[in-house]
Design a protein around this ligand. Structure first.
Ligand SMILES: Nc1ncnc2c1ncn2[C@@H]1O[C@H](COP(=O)(O)OP(=O)(O)OP(=O)(O)O)[C@@H](O)[C@H]1O
Ligand SMILES: [Mg+2]
Length: 233
């Protein structure tokens, strides 16, 4: 199984957009995804709730919920056949939670918007991942996705220059596209939309999918007891 964490404490950088589109991609690819929402705003869970019976089922876990009648480990239980666990995280995440949230993650995706404030926040996020979560660069588990980019703008060029100095791969650049808004409203991902409408966006997703394919997942021994998300972090 692979655990993919989408993370950037900066609000509105595209975490939920990337998490939900990844869940959609894996569902279409037949790699059983579970989407875990650690954000109390519950945007990923809301996206899941919009899906109809005709769409491929995606299991959701509201990781932020504190229901006193259900023990946390039970509520967080992952279906045993999960092949991809995608974790959507909250804005303003406490950096001290990073080790717990990224434990055993095969990939940590950091979406970054091209703006001065976002570039500054991304630098802090990456340095926290390196220093607090203690993820080493040579493990190649962290990748940046430049999001809502208008190429050939000054701020885009300064974003790319800055990302080069971090020595963290920028695996794709996603354009600003109404298709993401439409997909979010309909509870689908780009991969479930009419291909001729999303062709350009799908091309930008290909390197993300390729990079994730090269990651190695955590092996789950056959016959292991029901896996709980808590045992993963
Ligand atoms: N590439 C894009 N093109 C157009 N709109 C986008 C794109 N990426 C994200 N958005 C829109 O920007 C808004 C913020 O994105 P999103 O909710 O994914 O960010 P977030 O990081 O999850 O925010 P939060 O920190 O509040 O959880 C949403 O309305 C989303 O539809
Ligand atoms: Mg979100």
């Amino acid at each position: 199984m692979q655990k993919i964490v989408v993370l950037n404490p900066k609000g509105g950088s595209g975490k939920t957009t990337i998490a939900t589109n990844l869940a959609s991609y894996f569902a279409v690819a037949g790699l059983k995804p579970t989407l875990m929402d650690l954000d109390a705003q519950g945007s990923s869970m809301r996206w899941l709730s919009k899906r109809t019976k005709d769409q491929i089922a995606i299991h959701g876990i509201a990781g932020y919920e504190r229901n006193p009648r259900v023990t946390r480990s039970f509520a967080m239980r992952l279906p045993l056949d999960t092949e991809r666990l995608i974790v959507d995280t909250a804005a303003a995440l406490d950096p001290q939670r990073l080790p717990e949230i990224t434990r055993n993650a095969t990939a940590v995706l950091v979406p970054v918007l091209p703006s001065d404030i976002d570039i500054h926040a991304a630098a802090k996020c990456i340095s926290d991942l390196l220093l607090i979560a203690k993820i080493r660069r040579d493990e190649q588990r962290i990748a940046v996705i430049a999001n809502r980019v208008k190429k050939n703008t000054l701020v885009y060029r300064s974003l790319m220059r800055f990302l080069e100095t971090l020595r963290i791969p920028v695996i794709s650049t996603l354009r600003d596209s109404q298709n993401y808004i439409k997909a979010a409203e309909a509870g689908v991902g780009l991969f479930e939309m009419k291909p001729y409408l999303v062709r350009e966006d799908l091309e930008q997703w290909q390197p993300i999918v390729n990079w994730l394919m090269q990651r190695r997942g955590v092996e789950i021994p056959p016959g292991s007891p029901a896996l709980t998300a808590t045992s993963l972090w």
